[in-house]
Write a protein that binds this ligand. Structure first.
Ligand SMILES: Cc1cc2nc3c(=O)[nH]c(=O)nc-3n(C[C@H](O)[C@H](O)[C@H](O)COP(=O)(O)OP(=O)(O)OC[C@H]3O[C@@H](n4cnc5c(N)ncnc54)[C@H](O)[C@@H]3O)c2cc1C
Length: 363
């Protein structure tokens, strides 16, 4: 449209715009932005500039859940099924970490292991069936506003009377030299995503918890050999996972060992591994290294408002209320002792119902 015709659309419900103007010169792009920024008084026109304007209206909802992992998907189901207008905001794809694992075998209701991505799709369908709106975008900030909160997102601002923080966790880096430089070039944090790239080759898994062992088992079906490197002399993972790992004949254990460096010029070529007992070092010729050494909560967007514990987890009470009335938290992002699909789902249900009670109390 002609830029001067955009003016009638710029009412107070439309706070952000995307100008699709690839055919415009840079000068005209700036002029178009200039025109749209003249919200008071006369709008300046640049008659020759034609562009496609995508209005990003201020969205309003009763309950906004941020993050569509199992916690957020369940919060969406419970919020919408309770009759609330509910939006579920997700920056990448529904399912969160659950969608990154090929086999979930401890989530009740499935006698055989279920694929995490399939489980996520079913949960998403269930949430949308009750009327929960899926919104693709990343939350970048939150402020209190009249009647609730305004969440800044890459899909435009969303106001909500109640917010459920379900933004989960992201992998912790090991911090060894070469790790960052070689991420995506042999160093990975997701076996399901990148494992198939290493078919018939040697790989390493670093870590000793459930995620590390589950992924080592998955990789043992693809790689020729899987080196499991763990800094302690025994695993933290459950006995069942340890038993399953022992049944594989292509696993090599490096206990009481740490990775000193990830080496390679263009791609990962090998790892320098140090034995903590005798300080000896060895070089493992692996093409892929999968790091599972812990998680850090995704709270950057809300840490200005809600109280966090020393590890950066959102603090909650037994009803999953945060330090701010009207904001709740569910799943891995909060201070919890068990980070699993079953606990995230339980949290999502409780947090949504606590949000429901909060909204009822306000009426
Ligand atoms: C490799 C692996 C294997 C696992 N295997 C099992 C298993 O077998 N059984 C089991 O029970 N558990 C397993 N888990 C753990 C389980 O997946 C997690 O506990 C569960 O997914 C946590 O759910 P959540 O909804 O709290 O968070 P997440 O799953 O982390 O989801 C959070 C979501 O929020 C989104 N997000 C983050 N920040 C923003 C933002 N600012 N704006 C918008 N969206 C945002 C993310 O993209 C993500 O989709 C495994 C985890 C991993 C990594």
């Amino acid at each position: 449209m002609q830029c001067h015709r955009a003016w009638p659309f710029t009412d107070q419900n439309c706070r952000s715009f995307v100008i699709h103007s690839s055919s415009l010169s840079v000068w005209h792009q700036f002029r178009a932005i200039d025109c749209l920024s003249q919200r008071e008084g006369r709008i300046r026109t640049c008659p020759s500039a034609t562009f496609r304007l995508e209005l990003r209206a201020l969205k309003q909802t009763e309950i906004l859940a941020v993050g569509a992992g199992p916690a957020g998907l369940t919060a969406g189901i419970y919020a919408a099924r309770s009759g609330h207008k509910a939006i579920l905001l997700e920056k990448s794809f529904a399912g969160g970490q659950m969608a990154l694992t090929s086999e979930v075998e401890n989530y009740p209701g499935f006698s055989e292991p279920v694929n995490g991505m399939q489980l996520a799709q079913t949960m998403e369908q269930q949430a949308t069936r009750f009327g929960c709106e899926m919104l693709n975008g990343e939350a970048t900030g939150i402020t209190s506003s009249a009647g609730g909160f305004e969440v800044a997102t890459t899909a435009g601002p969303v106001t909500a009377a109640a917010v459920v923080v379900c933004s989960g966790v992201k992998p912790k880096l090991l911090g060894a030299p070469g790790e960052t430089e070689l991420t995506g070039r042999g160093v990975s944090y997701c076996a399901v995503c990148d494992g198939p790239l290493f078919k018939g080759r040697e790989v390493a898994v670093i870590g000793g918890g459930d995620s590390a062992l589950d992924e080592a088992i998955y990789l043992s079906n693809i790689a020729s050999r899987v080196h499991v490197i763990h800094r302690r002399d025994e695993f933290r993972a459950c006995k069942f996972a340890q038993q399953r790992l022992r049944e594989r004949d292509n696993i090599v254990y490096h206990l009481s060992c740490v990775v000193d460096s990830f080496n390679g010029s263009k791609r990962l070529e090998n790892l320098t591994v140090r034995n903590l007992k005798d300080n000896s070092t060895s070089v493992l010729p692996v093409a892929g290294a999968f790091v599972y050494v812990g998680w850090q909560p995704n709270t950057g967007w809300c840490s200005n408002l809600v109280a966090l514990d020393d590890s950066g987890n959102v603090k909650t009470d037994d009803r999953l209320r945060t330090s701010v009335p009207g904001i709740f938290a569910a799943g891995d992002v909060r201070n919890t002792h068990l980070r699993q699909v079953a606990t995230a789902v339980g949290d999502g249900a409780l947090a949504a119902m606590s949000a429901h009670d909060f909204l009822i109390g306000k009426r």
